[in-house]
Design a protein around this ligand. Structure first.
Ligand code: F0G
Length: 353
């Protein structure tokens, strides 16, 4: 039976890496493009969700990490380092475990969702919590890789973007052409840059007749690309995108400009409402940051923007199980309701009588 081979073996000749690099893979990628009946109905267009939570460690970071780890290990690395808001470190740790090298993780103290922390720890990371934010951690990770024998695998490592661009390939392979619009959350801005790279490459190769308009959404308290300047103290419940100075600033700006797209922000309330609505309407459970693209679309509809008749892809970047604490906040009454072990009491609680 056919089994998806992972993004390196599926797309090797389209990746700008030494072609003899053996793949360190957990068979990432090949994620479903799920039709959103809910959002298609609201827009009058065809809205598809690229569900990246279906990757092995539960986020899109696996696409970049298979490539970054494969190349680093092939070049002799014995240890790898990254700064992270949680998903990058979870992915790096898993691929480092597979490859047999040491993962070193720098994370902002107290700002990593529990599921992500568990992944880093169980995969054998050296976890270093830093009194500071992601931007401080990234500065430290760069410095460590400069001064010490450890390979940097944040998305400033171009091999990360090479891997992540395969999501754009999969979308075009599935739809038969590029969508009209592509919406996604933006934090450190590597992913939007990688998608643009992928769409551009596929168009140049004649596999798509166009490239989509790119619309990136940040959290209101961490929206440097919207404000046009770094944010010193980024703050949002969507901890995955709690970033004030994105490393891929110029690449992301270029993607928005060339595609005639733009960046906008959404409040935490709007992001959490989108997370809940997506789970309740489409059966897709994502972490808060991952709902920023859906919050983006909803806000645009409210503002009178039209997507009628258009094909829209929204990347939902990470799995809801990563951060159940944030998901359940506000549902205390549900979680705390308990009944006796009795059929009629259950029927009553269920509203059947
Ligand atoms: N969504 C999720 C779930 C993320 O974890 C991230 C980034 C993003 C969106 C934004 O993607 O940075 O390429 O613009 N997480 C990084 C991390 C920063 O460390 O896991 P981006």
């Amino acid at each position: 039976a056919h089994q998806w081979k992972g993004v390196i073996e599926e797309y090797r000749e389209l990746l700008d890496i030494p072609q003899d690099t053996p793949a360190v893979t957990l068979r990432e990628g090949g994620t479903p493009l799920v039709h959103s009946d809910w959002l298609s109905g609201l827009t009058g267009g065809e809205v598809w969700l690229k569900v990246e939570g279906n990757n092995p460690t539960g986020s899109f970071k696996d696409r970049g990490m298979t490539v970054a780890l494969s190349v680093a290990v092939h070049q002799g690395a014995k240890a790898v380092v990254c700064a992270s808001t949680g998903n990058t470190s979870a992915a790096m740790a898993a691929y480092a475990a597979k490859a047999g090298v040491t993962p070193i993780v720098l994370v902002p103290e107290g700002k990593i969702a529990a599921g992500k922390m568990a992944q880093a720890v169980l995969h054998g990371s050296v976890v270093i919590q830093v009194r500071g934010n992601f931007d401080d951690c990234l500065r430290m990770a760069r410095g460590m890789a400069e001064k010490y024998p450890v390979a940097l695998v944040n998305s400033v490592n171009p091999h990360r973007l090479e891997g992540q661009k395969t999501a754009a390939f999969e979308i075009v392979d599935f739809l038969g052409d590029a969508p009209d619009y592509h919406l996604l959350p933006v934090g450190n801005a590597g992913n939007i840059s990688a998608y643009w790279l992928g769409y551009t490459q596929y168009e140049a190769a004649g596999k798509a007749t166009k490239r989509p308009v790119m619309r990136g959404f940040q959290a209101a308290g961490a929206a440097p690309l919207v404000l046009g300047a770094p944010v010193d103290e980024p703050e949002t419940l969507a901890t995955a995108i709690r970033i004030g100075n994105p490393a891929s600033w110029d690449l992301a700006m270029n993607a928005a400009k060339e595609s005639e797209g733009r960046f906008a922000s959404r409040t935490d309330e709007q992001i959490l409402a989108a997370q809940r609505a997506l789970a309740a309407n489409d059966g897709v459970f994502v972490e808060p940051a991952s709902a920023a693209g859906v919050a983006g679309l909803l806000g645009e509809l409210e503002a009178g923007e039209s997507y009628a008749g258009k094909t829209v892809v929204i990347t939902v970047t990470g799995h809801g199980l990563k951060d159940t604490a944030t998901a359940l906040a506000g549902f205390g009454d549900v979680v705390d309701t308990v009944i006796d072990a009795d059929v009629d009491a259950a029927a009553s609680a269920a509203g059947l009588v």
